[in-house]
Design a protein around this ligand. Sequence first.
Ligand code: ZN
Length: 443
Amino acid sequence: MTAYLIRNVSVVGAAPTDLLIRDGVVAETGVGLTAPDATVLDATGLVALPGLVDLHTHLREPGREDAETVESGSRAAALGGYTAVCAMANTSPVADTAGVVEQVWRLGREAGLVDVQPIGAVTVGLAGERLAELGAMADSAARVRIFSDDGHCVADPMLMRRALEYVKAFDGVIAQHAEEPRLTEGAQMHEGEVSTRLGLTGWPAVAEEAIIARDVLLAEHVGSRLHVCHVSTAGSVEVLRHAKARGVRVTAEVTPHHLLLTDEVVSGRSELASPALANNWSPAASYDPVFKVNPPLRTAGDVAALRAALAEGVIDIIATDHAPHAVEDKECEWAYARPGMLGLETALSIALDVLGPQWDLIAERMSRAPARIAGLDGHGVDPAPGVPANLTLVDPAARRIIEPAELASRSRNTPYARMTLPGRIVATFLRGEPTVLDGKAVK
Ligand SMILES: [Zn+2]
């Protein structure tokens, strides 16, 4: 195993130091280290972060390997600075048995680019009718602790209650895709001024907020852990704030795209929540299905509330909801396009735009907190002597133009095509082995 001496790196924004990586761990830190056998990396101007952890990734294997595989998604993750991703259960077949979650877990080990932690389905086939084998998935080699029907809401309150009760035994967590299905039938985009103007059926904010309100009360009643996926509205933030003040065991995520893009992009306007990025970018066309996502892009007011909640901690983490789709499922009429966007290779850049160089906050929201929620040992720990060498090196001064064809994902549905984004991942290490060096995937 090669040793690496990373010279002159700022660890989570601190004064520059050297990091010696040997035998899978950070062996030593300090100024002016020597190690004759080590490969030296000059990291002047770079920031070392604990390897990023994504709580919400769609890898599409098994079933839609044309859109993404565990391996291609793992490579995209490593290039984005991630060392662990949690793979959502809406594959084909659905990850609702010990057999399927073990298959995904094994494929992740074989690819060896990030730790792939499978998420198990809450209900059989994501059908929302009866509970899946939660205990068997928890006891499997994949050691599942997060369960989600993501893509669908666990709408039945009795099933949601039982699921929360069941996972309490092993400190599991239910990750809810909050969408009251009766309120979003036929929905195509956020319900508001823009949907009215464009003549598209609206997905009202209250469909999300009503489920979150119900679920935090259920979680409080049961005393169990709830995680809210992709929070997208200002009203949801208020519900979460109230629940956290009451001591409910709830955590929440926001996606990069909900922190940057508004529903105006659907109409072809370049209205971004970031003036710095809006200046050099505009959508190619109106009704571009690359902007179709569930939950939908919301208003500028919602984006502002999400940004404030992320800074404040009412929203705990940034999760990508990386959702690769094959060309035929995305480059078609708006109404027929599948919802979802790529996210792994651009998330840190969006975070840098949203939060600025607040490295401690970025490490907390993108690594430490997601690792804690998922219970992932060895991840989410700042580089220090004795700690597993799961880390990433960021060049905050770099700028890059996003070209969909250059992404490692098998799919091309990035909403940031031809946008100039700040920051670049220079290297990523998984247990001391580089998965990315000089901005390129090692394998
Ligand atoms: Zn979802």
